[in-house]
Every structure is written in structure tokens, then in C-alpha cells.
Design a binder for this molecule. Structure first.
Ligand SMILES: [Ca+2]
Length: 193
């Protein structure tokens, strides 16, 4: 193979790979390469990029709870056309002593929210909470919602990560959402050093 042909072959592989990767994950900047596309909600909370930690790769989105009970990071809105069945996951690391109250509820969580508008500014329809978030530990833990039925009227979605404990902290990484079976989502706990 000539050098020019090799270049073309490598380019073709790169194009195919990037198209496949973007089809897998519909969450913009779900790997926190930067803070772009993410918004902090909650009085006095802090949201920064942790260049020394991540799951699977650094950086991660790092949240410190402010004066309000809940501090939340929210992704930008992504257009989507229902009906479809999706898988959703997020990797979370947080205070090991976070209480679970109410059961299945608020502290150290991730969810995906669906809207009838493609800007997520109105028309909230439903949400799905990632499961297996408890108990949180100071190691990375994967939470997920599998085979969630998105309503046929959905035209946009966004995802959230949140933490409730006063004085608490959490890190988020690896937000993924896509048609079921196209994102490598698994319900499992794991630690990454
Ligand atoms: Ca990352």
C-alpha cells in the first residue's frame, strides 16, 4: 500500500469510528472533557473540572454542595424524537456517608428528563432515575436505567446529576444515553483508582 493510500484508509476508519461513537452517546460532553454544556443549579454550590479524577478517564465534573439542600448539574438539551427505548447511565463518586432519604430519592443521583419541546424549556413529560446509586462510596459507582420507554411526544431530553448532603461533594462522569443496546450500559459497582 502506498503512503497516500494508507492515509486514506486511516481517515476512513477515523470517520467511521467517530460516527459510531456519536451514535452511541446522545449526551453532549458526557465525559466532561470541559465544563461546556453543563449548568450548575443550587445556591452557593461550586462546580469545577477535576483534572485528576474521572471514570473511565479524567477529567470529571466536581460538585461541592452550597447552602441550599440540593446542588445539581444539568446538561444542555438534546433533540430527540420518540417513541424509543433508551438506556441511561452515569458514574458517581460521593461522600461515603450520604444518607438515602427518601428511599430511592434525592441524594447523589442521576436522572434523564424528557420534554415535548426540543429546547427542554417547556413541556416536561417524564423522567427516569438511574438505579443502583446506593450506597455511594468514595469509589466510582455506576448507576443506570435500562430499557426506559420514552413517550412518543418527546422531542428533547436533558440529564442531571445532583447531591443533597450539606457540606457534601460528588463527582460525575460518563453520562451516556442512547437507544437501548447501542450504549455500553451495565448495572454494576466498581472502583477505579
Ligand atoms: Ca471524563
Amino acid at each position: 500500500m502506498k503512503a497516500s493510500e494508507r492515509v486514506h484508509a486511516v481517515s476512513a476508519i477515523a470517520v467511521v469510528f467517530s460516527a459510531f461513537a456519536s451514535a452511541q452517546n446522545m449526551v453532549p460532553n458526557g465525559q466532561f472533557d470541559t465544563l461546556e454544556g453543563w449548568t450548575l443549579l443550587g445556591n452557593g454550590g461550586q462546580f469545577t473540572l477535576d483534572a485528576g479524577d474521572g471514570s473511565p478517564d479524567a477529567p470529571a465534573g466536581s460538585v461541592v454542595v452550597g447552602g441550599s439542600p440540593a446542588t445539581i448539574i444539568q446538561s444542555s438539551c438534546t433533540p430527540l424524537t420518540g417513541p424509543m427505548t433508551i438506556d441511561f447511565q452515569v458514574d458517581i463518586k460521593s461522600n461515603p456517608d450520604q444518607p438515602e432519604f427518601p428511599p430511592g430519592g434525592f441524594p447523589g443521583r442521576g436522572n434523564a428528563q424528557f420534554f415535548s419541546s426540543d429546547t427542554c424549556s417547556s413541556g416536561f413529560l417524564t423522567l427516569t432515575n438511574a438505579e443502583n446509586c446506593f450506597p455511594l462510596s468514595d469509589g466510582w459507582q455506576r448507576c443506570a436505567s435500562l430499557n426506559f420507554a420514552v413517550p412518543d411526544t418527546a422531542r428533547g431530553f436533558r440529564v442531571e446529576g445532583g447531591v443533597i448532603l450539606f457540606g457534601g461533594w460528588a463527582k460525575f462522569d460518563n453520562f451516556r444515553l442512547g437507544p437501548s443496546g447501542t450504549v455500553p450500559v451495565t448495572l454494576q459497582s466498581f472502583d477505579i483508582e
